[in-house]
Design a protein. Structure first.
Length: 139
C-alpha cells in the first residue's frame, strides 16, 4: 500500500447517501483540514493507492487509509475517525472500543445492508464543493 498524504484519507462510497452524510459530518469538525482528506471509492485515487486485491476484499462503504498506509474498515474506521476528531467524539470512540470488534462490525454490517434504502443516493460521486473545500477532495 502507498501512503498518499500526511493526513488520514477517508474513502467513501460515492453513491451512498449515508457515506455522504458521514463526510458532511466530519468536514466541519475538521474545519482547518489538518486531519482528513476525502476521496470516493469509485475515484482514481483509491484505484491508484490500494491494490486491486485489497480493493476486492474491502466493503463499499467507509475506509480510512492512515498516513503510514494502513487500511481501516467498518467500525474500526468509524471509531478511528471519531478518535481523531477528539473531544467528545474521541471519548465516544473510547467507549465504542469496549465492545468486541465482531459485535461492532455486525452492527455496522446491518446498517450498511439497508443504507441505500434509508438514505437517498447523491446525484454524483463527488458533489460540487465550494472552492474553499475542493482541495480536501482527491479524485
Amino acid at each position: 500500500m502507498i501512503a498518499m498524504t500526511s493526513v488520514d484519507t477517508i474513502f467513501y462510497d460515492g453513491y451512498c447517501g449515508l457515506c455522504h452524510r458521514w463526510v458532511k459530518f466530519v468536514m466541519p469538525r475538521d474545519a482547518d483540514g489538518k486531519l482528513f482528506a476525502f476521496a470516493p471509492l469509485q475515484g482514481s485515487t483509491f484505484a491508484s493507492v490500494v491494490s486491486e486485491a485489497d480493493r476486492a476484499a474491502l466493503p463499499d462503504s467507509i475506509i480510512v487509509q492512515t498516513p503510514n498506509g494502513e487500511l481501516l474498515e467498518k467500525s474500526t474506521a468509524v471509531l478511528h475517525i471519531l478518535k481523531t476528531l477528539g473531544g467528545g467524539w474521541g471519548a465516544l470512540a473510547c467507549l465504542g472500543r469496549v465492545l468486541p470488534r465482531g459485535l461492532r462490525d455486525f452492527a455496522y454490517d446491518r446498517v450498511a445492508a439497508i443504507r441505500h434504502r434509508l438514505f437517498k443516493a447523491p446525484n454524483e460521486a463527488c458533489p460540487l464543493m465550494p472552492p474553499e473545500l475542493r482541495s480536501r477532495f482527491l479524485p
